[in-house]
Design a protein around this ligand. Structure first.
Ligand SMILES: Nc1ncnc2c1ncn2[C@@H]1O[C@H](COP(=O)(O)OP(=O)(O)O)[C@@H](O)[C@H]1O
Ligand SMILES: Cc1cn([C@H]2C[C@H](O)[C@@H](COP(=O)(O)O)O2)c(=O)[nH]c1=O
Length: 216
């Protein structure tokens, strides 16, 4: 039975890498996929992984009907054996419904990849719809780690190394950015709640306030 699968995790846990691997293994067996992405850091119409691999993809723009795109490709004699969707959190809920229709009416597997929650721990509307509709939700096995060593479960947005909690839901960016830039850092829930990023923790260690007091 074809399935709508949602591979989810924090930023930087290997979702795009897995998307590329799934595509590679299928194309090695002669299957042909349609790859959608939206707002990848590498630019329009790209699916890129931090391991350095990148492939061409169809940019799923705002308002684009993904089901109609597939029907159009097939009716023009094109071939599609499966569908991959990266950065699925950025899709509108109606586009997730279109992915479900691709599975049910066209009989294709759809493998979607995305983060569930934003920097304020709120679900992205696209991810919420995927959680509502997916046949299967898979957590990536290679967990990203918080600076403390615990499993990272949340995405923090940082400015100058400090976690911010206000701003637009969508700001394309990356982890490990120079401190002065807007960036992201994955944290465990405890440190996300305390807004304790790695640089804040590091500053705490260096602060005279927390240096051990030598008994007189
Ligand atoms: N130099 C490296 N050597 C080995 N693995 C790396 C290296 N750089 C990144 N990675 C792996 O790539 C993962 C990020 O992959 P990516 O597919 O870009 O993540 P996502 O799409 O979930 O944000 C990291 O968690 C790490 O496991
Ligand atoms: C938490 C959060 C992230 N984003 C953006 C930042 C990146 O461009 C993508 C996630 O990409 P990845 O391949 O999973 O690393 O999402 C955002 O726009 N808003 C947020 O709150």
């Amino acid at each position: 039975m074809p399935e709508l699968v949602f591979f989810s995790g924090t930023m930087d846990c290997g979702k795009s890498t897995l998307a590329l691997q799934i595509g590679h293994n299928r194309s090695a067996r002669g299957l042909q996929g349609v790859i959608f992405t939206r707002d990848d850091r590498a630019g329009e119409g790209k699916l890129s992984s931090r391991l350095g691999l990148v492939t061409e993809a169809v940019e799923a723009t705002e308002g684009m009907d993904l089901y109609a795109y597939l029907v159009d490709q097939l009716s023009k004699g094109g071939r599609a054996d499966y569908v991959i969707v990266d950065e699925a959190q950025f899709l509108a809920p109606v586009q997730i419904d279109q992915l479900a229709r691709i599975v049910d009416d066209l009989g294709l597997d759809v493998f979607s990849f995305g983060i569930t929650t934003d920097f304020r721990t709120k679900l992205f509307p696209g991810s919420q719809r995927l959680m509502e509709l997916a046949d299967r939700i898979e957590q990536l096995q290679v967990e990203a780690l918080c600076w403390c060593g615990a499993r990272a479960t949340h995405n923090a947005r940082t400015v100058d190394g400090h976690m911010v909690v206000e701003g637009e839901q969508v700001v394309v960016g990356d982890v490990n950015r120079p401190a002065e830039k807007v960036g992201y850092e994955v944290l465990c829930r405890r440190h996300h709640r305390r807004r304790m990023t790695s640089s804040v923790a590091q500053a705490g260690v260096l602060s005279p306030d927390v240096l051990p007091v030598t008994p007189a």
